[in-house]
Design a protein around this ligand. Structure first.
Ligand SMILES: [Zn+2]
Length: 387
């Protein structure tokens, strides 16, 4: 009676085997065919290999391996399953299917290249399951989000919902720039902070909230006011998107100029009483803030929230819209607000949209820019420095 060992020996006698060193040195690069199970493949495989689990080899092979005359190096973990697979491939008309002796184990042991496929682990599959269900996001999109880096200017009204939703969505790195401490008057709208955080730096309070929500997120904090002196250092840390929640004009102009020079898209938001606006400034693909507002309004006509007030929920709406734009930019999906200014009137519950165009004469992003280095933004916005 012939057992498994005899059968394997017989099959190995009918096929060609090839060692790892020999396979790696083949002058005509062979096509590696991995016949292991999904779990084994997920733990690493030979770069460029085709995954064709032996359990459905016969039914799937023609779609995956259309060229029957190409040299195939079939492998499994140790060289047994691949021997049977190589014989099957021969029977199916593949003229040069060889089995990798010693399998993937030997390949790895000899130090040949191994590709570790990226995939979400069980915890992340569960946490982001509602993203995985959306075809436009899926596992690939979620991995992209986990690789993405978003910088928030301000941990105030707009930065609160933006930071929480971006963190919940699994944006891998979130930077927060804010020099203030949590004040009682913030808590009517700045929901990333809480009563027990009163007096703490906003960046610390926001970091604690974000990390409590999602430990997958790395938080970088900058407890400083954004200035011409520090902006290159902070913007130079590889951000994919900037979410601007600044509440003052000098910072807005500074963020604009620096983002054009660093080529980083900015999701702009602003709020006042019952009105909010959102748009995306993508350098060289649409207008910048200066294309719209070459010079700031006179200080007496530019009240801040501190002076003019704001309905508590309004930054929740506008900041969430900013998070939506940031996620689309990070994922590369949908249609962003580039070239469109979205206005929201909370009293009428009404959205309106205004088309925006890049100004070829813009002093910063125009065809022959007149501003090429940082100015004194406080003086500029006080109307004391001509731009
Ligand atoms: Zn411009």
């Amino acid at each position: 009676m012939s057992g498994y060992r005899d059968l394997l020996a017989r099959v190995k006698g009918e096929i060609d085997e090839i060692g790892a060193t020999e396979a790696a040195a083949l002058s005509d690069a062979p096509l590696f065919v991995d016949v292991r199970d999904h779990e084994e493949w997920d733990e690493g495989h030979i770069p460029g290999a085709v995954h064709l689990p032996r359990s459905n080899l016969e039914s799937r092979v023609e779609g995956l391996l259309p060229e029957r005359d190409r040299t195939l190096v079939v492998y499994c973990a140790g060289g047994s399953r691949s021997a049977f697979a190589a014989r099957t491939l021969g029977e199916l008309g593949y003229t040069d299917a060889r089995s990798l002796a010693g399998g993937f184990t030997d390949w790895k042991r000899n130090g040949f290249p191994v590709q570790l496929p990226r995939s979400l682990d069980a915890d992340k599959r569960s946490r982001y399951s509602r993203h995985l269900l959306i075809p436009e996001v899926g596992e690939e999109g979620q991995l992209r989000l986990l690789d993405s880096k978003v910088l928030l200017i301000g941990a105030g009204g707009l930065g609160s919902p933006a930071s929480l939703y971006l963190a919940a969505a699994g944006v891998g790195r979130i930077g927060i720039v804010d020099a203030d401490v949590v004040d009682a008057s913030n808590l009517q709208r700045q929901i990333v902070h809480s009563t027990e955080e009163l007096g703490r730096p906003k960046v610390d309070s926001a970091r604690a909230a974000v990390q409590a929500l999602n430990p997958d997120v790395e938080v970088r904090t900058y407890e400083e006011r954004l200035t011409s002196e520090n902006v290159d250092r902070i913007f130079g840390e590889g951000w994919d998107v900037i979410v601007d929640g600044a509440d003052n004009f000098p910072t807005r102009y500074l963020v604009n100029d620096a983002s054009v020079w660093h080529d980083i898209p900015v999701v702009h938001g602003s709020i006042y009483r019952f009105e909010g606006q959102v748009t995306v400034f993508e350098p060289h693909h649409g207008p910048c803030y200066r294309c719209l507002f070459p010079s700031p309004p006179p200080p007496e006509l530019a009240p801040s929230c501190a002076e003019g007030g704001v309905l508590g929920v309004l930054p929740g709406i506008i900041g969430s819209l900013q998070a939506n734009e940031a996620l689309k930019l990070a994922l590369g999906i949908g249609e962003t607000l580039v070239g469109r200014l979205l206005l929201f009137d909370a009293l009428r519950t009404e959205f309106t949209e205004v088309a925006l165009r890049r100004d070829p004469a813009c002093p910063v992003c125009g065809d022959s820019p007149s501003i090429t280095e940082y100015v004194d933004y406080v003086e500029f916005c006080a109307g004391r420095v001509p731009a």
